[in-house]
Design a protein around this ligand. Structure first.
Ligand code: ADP
Ligand code: MG
Length: 341
């Protein structure tokens, strides 16, 4: 009798699901990414008990026909890439085909979707398998309900934090996604109470709405000289004027191609640019957005895509310092505070 057994596919899927879906906010992150990838212009999110009891996400994106609906919950099933080489010109947030498969292995999932020219269908699934798929009525787009998260993974369920804490994490993910995608309207309710209602707007306006306290109503808005076509990357930075400093670095965030990445170099560059206008211990808030040519970045190194590898980080670093410093010089109190952006 061998000591080693091969886990049943169902158990293996449950275990693998834990790598992608750690808590309600990670489910939410994947679901919002999918709505963005489906080119939605409006995303509505309802959370129950911080997402522990339920997540509903409604988008007006391209939707799925019956066949896609029956495939979308299979592991490694994706419409976004066909082979590894496609990562060199990736334009979507998703590419692994793992999120819906994982969610279906650790929660009860209902997906209702309609694609233009096709009839709407409702899929019910749990434990990695489809329970039913039936015709229904739904406008073009997709509605997904996630219920009883981790009902079949007790160890994961035990490690969930308080409702308030999970709600906070979930809202933080929504803020991150909404910030990077100002061309999408977001409506969010927490236990039936409206929490956010964001119309379509510009990046600077979305940032000042979401981070009013940190940025004030007249933040620095700077663009790099570099362009994706010429230099492989472009930058837009929205940062606090020096008088709105903080004593922590909590609100210095870096985004690459629409996703927040945990990477110190750009944060260090932003801090460096403020060296001349802020004394030690006083820190700005700032949001750095870069668009990078897909072949210069690898997002395929972290399950939650929180980290990435950049081939041109030294150039990005230098550009952050230079573009910000030129703006900060004119922003210091000795010159006009009403400088036009
Ligand atoms: P990935 O996003 O990596 O492709 P997912 O498991 O998140 O993998 O989704 C699987 C597939 O299901 C996607 O490739 C897409 O074709 C489809 N899909 C998922 N969510 C939506 C949605 N909101 N609207 C339209 N299609 C979707
Ligand atoms: Mg996805």
């Amino acid at each position: 009798m061998s000591r080693i057994i091969v886990l049943s596919p169902q158990e293996a899927r449950r275990i693998a699901a834990g790598e992608v879906i750690e808590r309600p906010s990670s489910a939410l992150r994947e679901l919002i990414d999918n709505a963005i990838d489906a080119q939605a212009s409006h995303v509505t999110i309802h959370l129950k008990a911080g997402g522990i009891e339920g997540i509903t996400i409604i988008d007006n994106g391209i939707g799925m026909d019956k066949e896609d609906l029956s495939l979308c919950i299979i592991s490694h099933a994706t419409s976004k890439i066909q082979r590894v080489e496609d990562l060199d010109h990736l334009s979507t947030l998703g590419f692994r085909g793992e999120a819906l498969a994982s969610l279906t292995s650790c929660a009860k999932v209902e997906i209702i979707s309609k694609k233009d020219g096709h009839s709407a269908h409702r899929l019910l699934a749990h434990d990695g398998t489809i329970q039913s798929i039936q015709p229904t009525a739904h406008p073009i787009g997709t509605t997904i309900h996630i219920k009883e998260l981790f009902y079949n993974i007790p160890v994961r369920k035990r490690f969930l934090k308080s409702i308030a804490s999970e709600a906070k994490d979930s809202l933080q993910i929504i803020h991150e996604k909404a910030l990077a995608h100002p061309h999408i309207a977001f409506t969010v309710t927490l236990d039936n109470k409206e929490k956010l209602n964001l119309p379509v707007t510009s990046l600077a306006q979305r940032a000042t709405t979401l981070f009013a306290q940190q940025l004030g109503n007249n933040p620095l808005v700077v663009f790099s000289e570099q362009t994706v076509e010429h230099d492989g990357f472009s930058l837009q930075i929205i940062a606090s004027p020096p008088h709105l400093y903080r004593n922590d670095k909590r609100y210095i965030h870096f985004y690459a191609n629409g996703r927040r990445i945990i990477e110190y170099a750009p944060i260090q560059a932003l801090l460096h640019a403020y060296d001349t206008v802020l004394p030690g211990g006083q820190y700005p808030s700032g949001f750095i957005f870069t668009q990078i040519r897909p072949d210069l970045v690898d997002f395929n190194i972290h399950p939650a895509k929180r980290e990435a590898k950049f081939r041109n980080m030294p150039l990005i670093h230098r550009s952050i310092v230079e573009t910000l410093q030129s703006k900060l010089v004119v922003h210091t109190p000795t010159t006009s505070m009403h400088h036009q952006y």
